[in-house]
Ligand binder design. Sequence first.
Ligand code: DGL
Length: 294
Amino acid sequence: MLLPWQRSPAIGRYHRQPMDERAIGVFDSGFGGLTVARAMIDLLPAEDIVYLGDTGRYPYGPRDQAEVARFAHQITAKLVKEHDVKMVVVACNTAAAAALDQLREDFDVPVVGVIEPGLRSAVRATVSGRIGVIGTVGTIASGAYQRVAAELGGSALAADRPLELTCAACPGFVEFVERGETGSDQVFVLAERLLEPIRRACVDTLLLGCTHYPFLARTISDVVGREVFLVSSADETAFEVRRILEETGAGRPKPAAGSQRRWISSGDTATFAALGRSLFGPEIDRVEAWDPDG
Ligand code: DGL
C-alpha cells in the first residue's frame, strides 16, 4: 500500500524527511524558469532555491526530444548530487514534455513539472471550455498538453463542459526573451502571425505553455485581445510545490538568517546577471558558471 506522501507521481519514491533544510532545485533552458522561481519565492519565502539556466544550450524548443531529455537528466543529476536539493522543479515545458516521467523514475526526490499545473489553472479559468495553448515546437509536437487534457477531461474539474484545446507553436518567442527584447515591433509582428490560429479558435483562455512567455504577456494580450484570459503555469506550479512540501513535511522552517538563492548559468554569467536582473529583479546578484561538458 502507498503511504500518503507516495501517492502523487511527483513525489515518487521520495523518502520522507521532515523539516528538510535543503534547497529546491529549479531549471530551465534559460530565463523562462525565472517566472516559476518568482512565484515560488513569493509563496514559499523560507525555501532556499538553486536556479540553473542552461543558456549555453538554449533554445530547447527546436531540438529533438531525446537530446532535451539528456540535458534534463544531466541537470537534474547535477542539482541532486552536487547541490543536494530536496526537490527538482522542471520549470521548462519542453524539458517536462521530453523527460518528466523518466526523471521521476530515475531520481529519489520529488520532481515537479509545469504542464499539468498550468493546464489545471486553465481548466479552472475557462468558461466555454475552449482553451488555447502556445508553446515551443518541441512542446506542441510532443502532444503532452493533449494527453494531460484527456486525463483532466474526465476529472471533476472539467466535468461541467467539454474541453477543446487549440495548440500553436511559437518558434522565435524564446529567442526574443533571451535577448531581452520583450516589447519590440518585431515581436508584435511575429505574434500576430503565430497567434492567428488562436484568434480564429475563439478561445476564452490562453495557456502560456512555455515559461518564457509570461515575459511577452503584454504583446500576446494585445494580439489575442484583452477579453482572452492569459494563464501562466508559474503560480499553480508553486502551489504544487507547497502541496508536496506539506504532504511530505519537508517544508523549511523560517530561517533566522534569511533564505538563500543561487543562480547558475551554462552561458555567459555576466549576461545572465544583467538580463536576469532586468527580467527578475536585484536578487540575481552573483551568477556561478557551469560547463555541461566539463
Ligand atoms: N522555457 C522553456 C519552455 O517552457 C523554453 C524552451 C526553449 O528553450 O525553447 O518550454
